[in-house]
Design a protein around this ligand. Sequence first.
Ligand SMILES: Nc1ncnc2c1ncn2[C@@H]1O[C@H](COP(=O)(O)OP(=O)(O)OP(=O)(O)O)[C@@H](O)[C@H]1O
Length: 245
Amino acid sequence: MVAPPDNDVIWARSLHHSHNGSPGLAGVSVSVRDAEILAVAGPRGSGKTTLLHCLSGRLVPDQGEVWFNSLPVHTMTPRVREQLRRERFGWIAADPQLVPELTAWENAALPLLLRGVAHRTAKKAATEWLERLDIAALARKRPHALLQVERQRVSVARALCARPTVIFADEPTATLHRAERSQLLRTLTAAARSHDITVVLATHDAEVAALADRTVSLLDGRRVSSVALPAEPDAEGSAACSLSV
Ligand SMILES: Nc1ncnc2c1ncn2[C@@H]1O[C@H](COP(=O)(O)OP(=O)(O)OP(=O)(O)O)[C@@H](O)[C@H]1O
């Protein structure tokens, strides 16, 4: 095993993964530089989610290596990977995945509370991020009382609140309207840039990819030099796609 270059926060080589025999990744290598916003672009089923799961230690690839700084994620025990995810990574999914019994601020503070941060400190940090995301007035509401875009802002606050080294965002605006989408993404990318947080952003939307510093493109589980994505996906989210390999 060879450790990755110093300026890469994540470095993955020759990742192969299949889901019960169905191919997900077929030899993907990728590096993510410190504080970079990297878009992983590709149409539905191209392997974006599988790649983010492998890079973040949610999945161990069938073959290949994943490094976080100088740590080999692919050889970690499940417990160490879980600790790495809790302490160094944030996750934003298309669905906000909030805990229904907790209020907005409690959901946003959850990663800090799980790390054992004092209640008052966690609440202060969560409230500051809710303010920055323009939802401080909703801090005491539970998810069922919030609009979808408000729930997603809470999940963005939750990811940022713990000041992770890397945030993985898997189609974070897929369920939002266009205007909501751009505001949420601009807040996320501005916050990440101002706090030197690296972001790996999976998307099948060209407008979303345009906010990143760099884009890597996937098709059928492989890196391709580019995929042409529509600025706005159709109702099913299927992307008319041209490619060059
Ligand atoms: N749990 C699973 N079981 C079986 N096949 C899966 C599973 N997860 C993903 N796949 C398959 O692996 C391939 C890559 O899927 P993946 O979700 O990584 O792509 P994606 O680019 O993120 O797609 P989407 O934009 O729809 O989320 C697809 O063919 C998909 O059907």
